[in-house]
Design a protein around this ligand. Structure first.
Ligand code: FES
Length: 334
């Protein structure tokens, strides 16, 4: 996730609770897309959550015996605390997560979830333009509902390769049709994002979620324009820029006083876990925010998709699963 706007930080890191839940409704809501409704096994309510939030879904272990955890955005109604609803696309490049959801999470299946966490906050704005690509509709839908409830002008551009890939259409049908643009590449060609954003002004915010290339294009347009504010949620951290090399660095853990050498090409998280340091982690790809760790000294080399530009510049925290250090040593509050 990334944004060029200031986002309020969570009051504390890693304060989410875990819940044992069952799948109570499973529906196919698009080609290779299922929607799951999750309810607590103890009958309790889930904590309140905001549009943009996601949860961790614990799916057992992968072939290497490592925990298999995936992050999915909540798309249901924020007022309904009796259920969390997620949408999952069966990814052909799946490393096991989405495949396991599609094959094993049938009605009645029991799993554990954690959350909710939000790195994709809906900020006050004069108007919103929402852009969702495919399964990227899931975090955007609650934002659209919020904007409609608050009476703030909005428009949603929902893009897909073809009509079968548009998910949650039943949910969208309850929204004002004139604010909704469904765009299928096979029917309409490529959408004119430059035209859409050319009329935006300083108090307009664009929120987008979808494939990386779509977000990269919007990000570049936002930077070039310098007027409107762009926020996005990514499924994967952006690739490391060519020529950006990994340097070895030393990590000092302030609580235990231990030091650890992080070789080039080896994630800090991996070194710390192998040394027996207890650290929270989930995606290991710099997208979920679970491993966010306070930096007490040193300069991180941020490579995640979670922190905003301002948060990166502040260097107060880093995602230790992917981020590294520009300084020879870094001190973490662990
Ligand atoms: S474990 Fe998900 S961002 Fe690091």
């Amino acid at each position: 996730m990334s944004s060029v706007a200031q986002i309020p930080k969570s009051p504390a890191l890693h304060e989410e609770l875990t819940y044992d839940v069952s799948v109570s409704e499973r529906h196919v809501v698009g080609e290779d897309i299922v929607s799951l409704t999750l309810r607590r096994d103890d009958g309790g309510l889930f904590p309140a959550w905001e549009p943009g939030s996601h949860i961790d879904v614990f799916l057992g272990e992968d072939e290497q015996g490592e925990p298999l955890t995936r992050q999915y955005s909540l798309w249901g109604a924020v007022e309904d605390r009796s259920a969390w609803r997620i949408g999952v696309l069966k990814d052909p490049a799946s490393r096991g997560g989405s495949l396991r959801v599609h094959e094993q999470l049938i009605d009645g299946a029991k799993i554990r979830v954690r959350g909710a966490r939000n790195h994709f906050h809906l900020e006050p704005a004069k108007s919103y333009v929402f852009v969702a690509g495919g399964i990227g509709i899931t975090p955007i839908l609650p934002m659209v509902r919020q904007a409609e409830r608050d009476g703030i002008p909005w428009k949603l551009y929902y893009l897909a390769r073809n009509r079968a890939r548009l998910a949650l259409l039943e949910e969208l049908s309850g929204l004002p049709a004139e604010k909704l643009v469904l765009h299928c590449d096979d029917e309409n060609g490529m959408i004119d994002l430059a035209g859409i954003t050319s009329v935006l002004g300083e108090e307009d915010h664009v929120y987008a979620c979808g494939p990386g290339p779509l977000l990269d294009v919007l990000d570049k347009m936002a930077q070039k324009s310098g007027r409107w504010t762009f926020h996005c949620e990514r499924f994967a951290a952006a690739p490391v820029a060519p020529g950006r090399v990994d340097l070895p660095f030393e990590v000092l853990l302030s609580k235990s006083g231990t030091t650890h050498q992080i070789p080039a090409g080896v994630p800090c998280l991996k070194v710390l876990r192998e040394a027996g340091v207890e650290v929270d982690w989930s995606c290991s790809e710099g997208v979920c925010g679970t491993c966010e760790t306070e930096v007490l000294e040193g300069e991180p080399d941020h490579r995640d998709a979670v922190l905003t530009a301002e948060e990166r510049a502040a260097n107060e925290t880093m995602m230790i699963c992917v981020s590294r250090a520009r300084s020879a040593r870094i001190v973490l509050n662990l």
